[in-house]
Design a binder for this molecule. Structure first.
Ligand code: HEC
Ligand code: HEC
Ligand code: HEC
Ligand code: HEC
Length: 504
């Protein structure tokens, strides 16, 4: 090839072309630099504090003045429109979906009312509206302790700081109704001065300590799941730790599997309630989301809860964490597709397939359990002795614990499909074992016919079958919302006026 100056000498147009393209390149580089500087200025502006507030500020809108992007995305958790095949943010009446649950929880408040979880901004209101709190009217106490508020609000760390942890748990739920008013938010997961992720709930710290672990040594990636594990876990109320207090405790001392926790509860002879039909000493699983997630493929590859439920997003050149905690199926592009190249439809099908397959056997286990409860009821009626019933009732307890463990963690089918299927099939085996023993016992008591399956085709029929007076409960709720709740809200507003914040 000829040297460049010779080419230009022969064809001056080439020289002009080279000159022009250099000018264009320099101009574009200039544009890029100015855009980078502008965006940097913007990011400085975003993080310039507008307001100063204390470490235990519970009001999300106050933090929101300093962090508008995070706050505005957080606000979207109030939205209840998205529905996936089985989940999403809409209100889903689980007892209507599966009226068998009403029978499984006979004698326990869950048989009255049980909706699937919605977004974090609804947390406080959903507690106020559920029949499970026993609608405290006419000065009557709630049937739940204050401990129930623990996973609902940044008012919780505030109160624990003011009055102490045990004192917070103490008393029935209506006594702190005017204190716990701000829905789950900033103060639950962040330190106000550094904005680092922080563990605000003592139960998680204490569970680590009892296993000889120091939670402050957790990695940044682990913290992106541990902030969720403050609430999305199995727990119970320990009445023996502090006199007169239902102390929030995670049953992890023997390990974090379904069997290890069952052993823990069996060893301390803990029961949540006695089943009203079978008289079995029952366990109610809460929502072991973190424990089940830990046994799935994603956790074993180091993927955190926040990776899927709080992915990064970009707005005006600013990269930040999407605080709209929700079903990732409403946001596949920012969550799954950061790591997976498959089409959106394929990824959603992967999730639905796992859910549908798990539900198949979960429903079968529910039917086995309904049958076991009514057969046990019949055995009592025919004069079975405590000694004859004891091993059967233990089987029912263990089988239903397995069902509930998977059912209560709505996300189990995707978070840990193999482990969840294992637990359900284990439950089926134990449940059938109970029924085998029951049929021998019933025969020895002179009954060798099938016990008819009750007509529980709808939630209403099932509630009637177990003898619930729903009209009365609904009336009480209406009175609670009209007569008691407004005073809570008013009192809270008065208190919050006294909080110190300073516009900067
Ligand atoms: C690999 C991605 C991924 C990870 C990691 C993950 N999840 Fe999920 N999660 C999902 C998917 C997918 C669903 C199902 C959503 C649906 O069916 O609409 C789900 C569902 C849920 C639900 C029920 C949502 C609803 O709409 O009712 C909760 C609660 C939940 N996850 C919490 C957690 C917690 C807590 C962690 C960490 C301990 C976690 N998830 C880790 C992907 C993930
Ligand atoms: C359920 C826990 C949770 C809640 C509630 C929460 N955050 Fe976050 N926040 C996170 C996580 C997880 C990250 C990512 C942190 C990381 O990886 O360093 C984050 C990151 C941030 C960051 C760092 C910048 C960014 O976007 O990554 C800011 C600022 C922030 N959050 C503000 C807020 C504000 C304001 C609120 C209340 C409106 C809030 N957060 C509520 C969990 C939470
Ligand atoms: C302070 C307790 C608390 C913390 C911390 C917390 N959650 Fe929740 N979460 C809840 C409660 C309570 C609900 C149900 C709210 C309702 O139904 O009103 C919920 C609901 C959800 C839902 C269902 C949302 C929907 O639209 O259906 C998802 C998903 C979820 N949480 C994921 C997470 C993830 C991921 C983290 C950690 C980054 C986390 N949560 C941290 C208590 C908490
Ligand atoms: C931060 C990265 C990351 C994100 C986000 C993520 N995944 Fe994964 N996923 C992985 C890794 C890593 C594996 C394991 C693959 C392997 O080791 O071969 C995996 C495995 C899987 C598998 C096969 C294992 C199983 O559980 O059956 C499916 C299905 C899957 N992911 C779907 C999803 C869906 C759907 C989402 C969004 C809700 C998602 N993933 C989000 C990284 C991610």
């Amino acid at each position: 090839m000829k040297p460049i100056n010779e080419i230009i000498k022969n064809k001056p147009i080439v020289g002009w072309l080279l000159f022009l393209s250099t000018i264009i390149v320099v101009f574009l580089l200039g544009l890029l630099a100015s855009s980078i500087i502008e965006r940097r200025a913007e990011s400085v502006f975003v993080y310039t504090p507008q307001v100063a507030y204390g470490q235990f500020e519970p009001r999300n809108e106050v933090w929101g003045q300093n962090f508008p992007r995070q706050y505005q995305s957080y606000r979207k958790t109030a939205d209840t429109t998205f529905r996936s095949k089985h989940q999403g943010s809409a209100t889903i009446d689980m007892l209507e979906e599966s009226p068998r649950m009403v029978v499984l929880w006979a004698g326990y408040a869950f048989s009255r009312d049980y909706n699937q979880s919605r977004g974090h901004a609804n947390a406080v209101n959903d507690v106020r509206n559920t029949l499970r709190i026993g609608t405290p009217v006419d000065g009557k106490p709630s049937i739940q302790p204050n401990t129930c508020w623990t996973c609902k609000s940044p008012d919780v760390p505030r109160l624990m700081n003011e009055i102490g942890v045990a004192e917070f748990y103490k008393g029935t739920l209506e006594s702190k109704g005017h204190e716990v008013v701000n829905a789950i938010g900033c103060g639950d997961c962040h330190d106000a001065t550094t904005m680092n992720l922080r563990i605000s709930r003592p139960a998680l710290v204490e569970a680590f300590e009892r296993q000889g672990l120091d939670i402050t040594q957790s990695s940044h990636q682990e913290m992106r799941s541990l902030v969720c594990a403050q609430c999305h876990v199995e727990y119970y109320f320990n009445k023996k730790k502090v006199e007169g207090v239902q102390y929030l405790t995670f049953p992890w001392d023997n390990g974090m599997t379904v069997e290890a926790m069952e052993q823990y509860y069996d060893n301390i002879e803990f029961t949540d309630w006695t089943h009203s039909l079978s008289k079995a000493p029952m366990l109610k699983a809460q929502h072991p989301d973190y424990e089940l997630y830990k046994l799935g493929t994603h956790a074993s590859r180091g993927v955190s809860c926040a990776d899927c439920h709080m992915p990064y997003m970009s707005e005006g050149g600013q990269k930040f964490t999407d605080h709209h905690v929700q079903s990732p199926l409403n946001n596949v592009a920012n969550s799954c597709q950061v790591c997976h190249r498959e089409e959106t439809a394929k990824l959603i099908t992967d999730v639905y397939e796992r859910q549908d397959k798990l539900i198949e056997n979960k429903y079968k286990l529910e039917e086995i359990l309904v049958r076991a409860h009514v057969e046990a009821q019949k055995a009592w009626e025919l004069g079975a002795s405590e000694a004859q019933m004891a091993p059967i009732l233990t089987d029912i307890r263990h089988a239903q614990w397995r069902w509930d463990y998977v059912a209560a963690s709505h996300a189990s089918a995707f978070h840990a499909p193999v482990e969840s299927a294992r637990i359900i099939s284990g439950g089926m085996a134990i449940g059938q074992e109970a029924r085998l023993k029951l049929s021998r016992l019933l025969a020895s008591l002179g009954h060798n016919q099938e016990i008819p399956y009750p007509d529980i085709a709808t939630k209403a029929k099932a509630q009637e079958f177990i003898g619930l007076d729903m009209d009365q409960l609904d009336q009480n709720r209406k009175r609670f919302l009209e007569e008691v709740l407004p005073a809570w809200i008013e009192k809270a507003e008065e208190r919050e006026k006294t909080y110190e914040t300073k516009q900067l």
